[in-house]
Design a protein around this ligand. Structure first.
Ligand SMILES: Nc1ncnc2c1ncn2[C@@H]1O[C@H](COP(=O)(O)OP(=O)(O)O)[C@@H](O)[C@H]1O
Ligand SMILES: [Mg+2]
Length: 299
């Protein structure tokens, strides 16, 4: 039985990211301690080649609940994202949007419910690094770029930090790798700023650079939490274009308050409220839904 099968079966005590007592082997096939240590470190095991989207679904959340001191941040949240879909998630402050992303990326363990990446990868059994390695990339609001390195070098570092690429930081780039970086720079519209220190880029350019760094790791699912906050109108428009070109080859979940941005990219829109789905459909449908109007305007 391969490592994949082991991780996808029911690990008895992999609760809260903890793995069982090193000497305890509940089942004969349970891997010995050194192998489990490697799993826990996120090194190896599941990568995006194991993502099974044959049923067309890339992310499946079912009845997810998360409580903080008795307060239900997520309350039986169920949601399913198709492969290649660009999904917008909106909802008032405190609706649970960021908590939902925390659950998907393994930062927060749900108290109850299922979370699957494709049909086989159980996200509730994996650590944060394992989930990233499996092919889920998350963009945080504050970019985590290296300010003293150029835009090109930031992408280079991100590629070399990719555990699937067995490269040291000092290895010389191959022509193919240079091409990949150049393609990504063009995609994020930084080809003219390749040699600028990242610290000198505009706010919007820094955000794109971080998206580029995510793209270097070839994620299958991208989670973007308020990606256009603080951007100029022009940067916002260019971000919309970028997301529209990424959809199809990637699946995207975009949380944003900027409704003109949402209107520009919207396909299917999910409205969260008090930790669960209030409405789902086209932007027009949800905007005309009396319950949505009540939540946004009724207080
Ligand atoms: N770590 C935490 N501890 C306690 N409460 C939290 C924590 N994270 C989120 N919450 C609460 O959960 C609710 C949902 O938060 P959040 O997911 O950030 O909402 P949104 O992103 O939709 O604005 C909020 O009421 C928030 O205060
Ligand atoms: Mg939030």
């Amino acid at each position: 039985m391969g490592e994949k099968d082991v991780m996808l079966s029911e690990p008895p005590a992999a609760v809260e990211g903890r793995l069982p007592d090193p000497d305890h082997r509940p089942w004969p096939w349970w891997p010995p301690a050194p192998a489990r240590k490697e799993m826990a470190s996120g090194a190896g095991n599941i990568d995006s080649t194991q993502l099974d989207v044959r049923h067309g679904v890339v992310l499946y959340l079912d009845d997810i609940s998360v409580s903080f001191d008795g307060f239900k941040a997520l309350n039986k949240l169920s949601l399913s994202i198709d492969a290649g879909e660009l999904r917008c998630v909106i909802g008032p402050n405190g609706a649970g949007k960021t908590t939902m992303m925390d659950v998907i990326t393994g930062k927060t363990r749900p108290d109850a419910g299922k979370a699957f990446f494709g049909t086989t990868i159980d996200l509730t059994k994996l650590t944060e690094p394992q989930i990233a390695h499996a092919g889920i990339g998350r963009k945080f609001q504050k970019p985590t770029i290296f300010e003293h390195h150029t835009a090109f070098e930031n992408l280079e570092l991100s590629m070399k930090a990719d555990k699937r690429v067995r490269k040291t930081l000092f290895a010389k780039l191959s022509p193919e790798e240079r091409d990949r970086i150049a393609t990504t720079l063009a995609q994020i519209r930084l080809d003219d700023s390749a040699d600028r220190p990242a610290g000198l880029l505009s706010h919007g350019q820094k955000q794109w650079l971080e998206i580029g760094m995510l793209l270097m790791q070839e994620p299958k699912l991208l989670l973007l939490d308020e990606p256009v906050a603080g951007m100029s109108d022009e940067e916002t428009e260019r971000t919309a274009e970028l997301f529209l070109t990424l959809a199809g080859t990637h699946s995207l979940v975009v949380v944003e308050h900027d409704m003109s941005f949402i209107a520009r990219i919207a396909r299917k829109v999910t409205v969260l409220h008090e930790g669960s789905v209030l409405a789902e459909g086209t932007l027009d449908t949800v905007q005309n839904d009396p319950r949505v109007i009540e939540v946004y305007l009724g207080r």
